[in-house]
Ligand binder design. Sequence first.
Ligand code: 4AD
Ligand code: MG
Length: 448
Amino acid sequence: MRKLLKDILDKGQVGEEYVAKGWVRSRRDSKGLSFLVLGDGSSMQTLQVVLGAEVPGYDALLPDLGTGASVAVTGELVESPGKGQRVELKAHAIELLGKADPETYPLQKKGHSHEFLRTIAHLRPRTNLFGAVFRIRDTLAQATHRFFSDNGFRYVHTPIITASDCEGAGEMFEVRATSKDDFFGRPAMLTVSGQLNGEAMAYGLGQIYTFGPTFRAENSNTSRHLSEFWMIEPEAAFYDIVDDQDLAEAYLKALIESVFRENPDDLEFLGKFVDKTLIGNLEMTRDNRFERVSYTEAVEILQKSGKKWEFPVSWGTDLQSEHERFLTEEHFKKPVMLTAYPKEIKAFYMFQNDDGKTVGAMDVLVPGIGEIIGGSQREHRLDRLEARLVADGMHLEDYAWYLDLNRYGAVPHAGFGLGFERAVMFCTGMSNIRDVIPFPRSPGQAHF
Ligand code: 4AD
Ligand code: MG
């Protein structure tokens, strides 16, 4: 397999010959000599190539060796006299693989705005910034599989095309065949959550998780909502709400540890250029026990805060981002888990508490983001579940298979959904969710 620049930089032996392939990040010329800085996306690090005028083709190639051009350089790895790098490559031969016309290549200069880079989403992966973001995204995905696998959760695949509206919010995209009307014989949609199928799988395998794309036709053009996003949804039989909270807390901490372990350079870059509070927020989340309070306590705190809210708070109203962020950023100054929400503002499947008013919901709020996880203990008592569906005006026939789950061998069970992009935002300090997914889809936006 080809050697990545990061391997040459970290493990390459001085005196050995290597072939370095990458893109020119920058070039500096001095008398009869050029210094190329090469990157290949494998890490934040770059390899300095010393290109002497004696290298075959030097004069002819030089004009095309500008920022963005792709090259293959063969040379000897030598100790670098320069600061901040262990080694550099003394070129014997260079091949230009692809030019990048400086007249039209948009990534010439550094310091483009995030907004501008969004308009060239097909080119932005080449920047240091998006390299860092998408390497961290990868780390979080790999760490997710490791965490759940290590803790006895099986990875299952739930459908993307579905006929059920898990959240009951009616904000779904319809799926139709271009060739045939009524392809599925009934209305079909893109899923908003894999949870209901996940529950069916958990009743067989005990503990499962899904990691898939989800789709919501909410018309919320905010910095924290996408029309297509990824969600991780664990579901565990024999779990109650406290087990669910413990799992969510351990999972978030494992995610953060993975980034500290695997992306120190990326974190340093983002902490310097994107969000000065990033590393502090991550350390604080990793090192503290999350605050656990009820919705009712949260409402009291918000009412006593003396703050002027855009959306006034009273018991029974859904919490808005401004409230969630106040609780985690200003009041508790750490992640907060809220439970026992009014049943009216939560989905039908949640466990009905004895007070008759609240359900066993669990939302996790973190600084800079607000809600990052939404979950609950599920209602496994068939009579109560049916009563809630009826009260919400839903048809029991439409949920027949879901009701069957608890008709046979029902047990307490719980789970949650982590919005993957919100987790990437939290771990990179990026403030717009469109900048943590390679090709964002949001209202009015499906380009690339
Ligand atoms: O709170 P939500 O709606 O919960 C569910 O879908 C449950 N079925 C999950 C479960 O219990 N298995 O969504 C879960 C998380 C939210 O906390 C948020 O982080 C993220 O998904 N999310 C979004 N992320 C980006 N864009 C959107 N439009 C999102 N809507 C929710
Ligand atoms: Mg939610």
